[in-house]
Design a protein. Structure first.
Length: 598
């Protein structure tokens, strides 16, 4: 039905007759001559309909936006002064000889070029939303990223192997989506949070290098960068160490960015987890923001200000400063706004000092807290922060997690603001980073037990195995995350492949032999048969594409996403099911009002 895509008709086809199919983006009647902007996935072309061909022109008079049409016509140069350099087809137009309406359209609920649509409107009418060039470009770029990923992995000996979608429920950090079994009464499958256990089994099975671009499912509270179902580039390899794995997949990501965006990511600095938390309060720091924490916990131990001295002398407490160069120009209203902002992350408030004239000592400082800080501590604060005239110093003091979360978020808020960009606190571009040497375990205060930071199959650093019995908090893992501009693109680890080390991890986690066998028996049994050293990682395809497109939400790079309430507004899922289906699944709802009667 067509010879070319609309957006690919260029001056190279001058004088040729083409057949095009697409949607009417706009119809314009200019005093007897009708112009149709015809659109398909590759872009636009201008079609000119002259009244000389009466039947064709009559049809053209009746077409409206979003009609699906076919045209045949002659490619010719646009008149002088009407060239559109923004389009590939901007130097030509197509003189229409024949026009066929393949399917008319009712009036769309919105104009496709409206940039002020609510997300509810867009997701409710997602099919039309996907026709918009913005969404078409996003999904085409997503396709290119997936293809470049496959090309790279294929060239490096990886093979694509599918793993089950209906599997066993295992503890992996988030709630499982459960699927009731009709033929096994009272029993459930789980949708995979990741293919983690299966890809390890494939290494034991000897496939050596596996990958899969696959769906994963997690029933968790959602944010702009999360979905209940998301796409993972899942990779595992045998007989490679931690550094080898990082080098290989740094090359993959660099290659994808270079091919798809013509962008060189440059060097990937490597930072230990402890260093990242110390300097930025985050294990995925955005290095575009040129601000760092200053540690003051030891300095504040003996000040009269209990807001500082209490956390400084309490185990697990922390006190830090964040110097904002040029920040003294901020108004009290702006500072109050930041104070309310950090409360979102559990902070009780936000102390501050404006440095007006450092040469005048206390007289040159402005803050309600100065009187509570003795001279030696004040001198050390100014020295450590490197404060200069015109600076503003913010302080965080609380449990370490609250300080890290709140002041880490404040660092980004200030650095990415209009003020931060004007003050040179932000450097545009791509800032990749490897974060390594994560702790093996973190202590769960509520449950009073250790839990795995990544998952219980992450290998410890060589020589750290014995600490699992005596001091699990000292154990460092062979885990690594790739970070880009403050987003975790992917992460993974070298896995445990020896049964005695796996037993030590389970003991540290207070998982007994019976529980371990019940939850992970199929993996533990497989590891007994000469399991090779292996490791891998997984990248979030949705996140990579979101960053590449500059989209504000991960939903803008997924064809049919869910809302933050995990609902599909297009299909109205999830939805009630009828009583017959529930009976077949041996399920009875406690609230009878939720049952759809068939």
């Amino acid at each position: 039905m067509r010879s070319h895509y609309c957006g690919l008709v260029t001056e190279a086809l001058m004088g040729q007759t083409v057949s095009l199919c697409g949607w009417v983006n706009r119809r314009r009647d200019h005093g007897g001559v009708i112009f149709i902007d015809l659109r398909d996935r590759e872009g636009y072309v201008q079609v000119v309909c002259d009244p000389d061909r009466a039947d064709m022109f009559k049809t053209a008079e009746g077409v409206r936006n979003e009609f699906c049409v076919q045209i045949e016509g002659l490619v010719r140069a646009r008149p002088e002064g009407t060239v559109n350099e923004a389009l590939k087809s901007g130097k030509i137009e197509v003189l229409c000889h024949a026009l066929t309406v393949l399917n008319p359209s009712v009036t769309p609920p919105f104009q496709l070029d409206d940039d002020n649509l609510s997300e509810t409107t867009r997701l409710t009418h997602r099919v039309l939303d996907l026709r918009r060039p913005y969404m078409q470009n996003n999904l085409m770029l997503r396709y290119r990223v997936a293809m470049e990923t496959r090309k790279f992995l294929d060239a490096n000996g990886f093979i694509d192997i599918e793993t089950p979608m209906l599997t066993k429920s295992t503890p992996e950090g988030a709630r499982d989506y459960l699927v009731p079994s009709r033929v096994n009464e009272g029993q459930f499958f789980a949708l995979p949070q990741s293919p983690q256990l299966f890809k390890q089994l494939l290494m034991v099975a000897g496939f050596d290098r596996y990958y899969q671009i696959t769906k994963c499912f997690r029933d968790e509270d959602l944010r702009a960068d999360r979905q209940p179902e998301f796409t993972q580039i899942d990779i595992e390899t045998s007989f490679m160490g931690e550094q080898d794995i990082r080098d290989l997949f740094q090359g993959m990501i660099s290659s994808i960015f270079k091919t798809v965006l013509a962008t060189d990511l440059g060097e990937f600095p490597v930072m230990a987890y402890a260093d990242a938390m110390h300097r930025y309060g985050s294990d995925k720091p955005d290095l575009r923001v040129n601000l760092e924490f200053t540690e003051l916990t030891d300095v504040m131990a003996d000040v009269d200000f209990k807001v500082f001295s209490a956390p400084a002398t309490t185990p697990g407490g922390r006190v830090v400063a964040l110097r904002i160069p040029g920040g003294s120009e901020m108004s009290r209203g702006e500072i109050d706004g930041y104070t309310e902002f950090v409360k979102i992350y559990g902070a009780k408030g936000l102390a501050w000092i404006k440095v007006n004239d450092i040469a005048k000592g206390r007289e040159g400082l402005q803050s309600p807290i100065i009187k509570n800080i003795h001279d030696a501590a004040m001198a050390e604060i100014l020295k450590r922060t490197g404060a200069q005239n015109g600076d503003l110093i913010f302080f965080g003091a609380d449990k370490a997690k609250i300080v890290n979360d709140s002041i880490g978020a404040l660092r980004l808020k200030v650095g990415l603001s209009a003020f931060g960009k004007k003050a040179g606190l932000f450097t545009a571009g791509w800032k990749p980073l490897w974060v390594v040497d994560f702790p093996m375990f973190e202590f769960d205060e509520e449950g009073q037990r250790w839990s795995a930071v990544h998952h219980p199959f992450t290998a410890p650093k060589d020589g750290h195995e014995d600490w699992m019995d005596t001091d699990p908090g000292k154990c460092i893992s062979k885990a690594y995350d790739m970070v880009l501009n403050g987003w975790e693109l992917g992460g993974g680890s070298v896995r445990i492949h020896r049964a005695e080390v796996q037993s030590k991890v389970f003991n540290a986690l207070k998982i007994g032999p019976e529980e371990a066998q019940q939850k992970f028996g199929f993996l533990l049994d497989a590891l007994q048969y000469g399991a090779p050293p292996h490791g891998g990682l997984a990248f979030g395809l949705d996140r990579i594409v979101t960053m590449m497109t500059g989209a504000e939400s991960i939903r803008d790079v997924i064809a049919f996403p869910k809302t933050q309430r995990a609902q599909c507004l297009l299909t109205h899922a999830p939805s009630p099911v009828d009583e017959k289906q529930l009976r077949e699944l041996h399920i009875r709802l406690r609230n009878a009002d939720l049952v759809k009667v068939s």
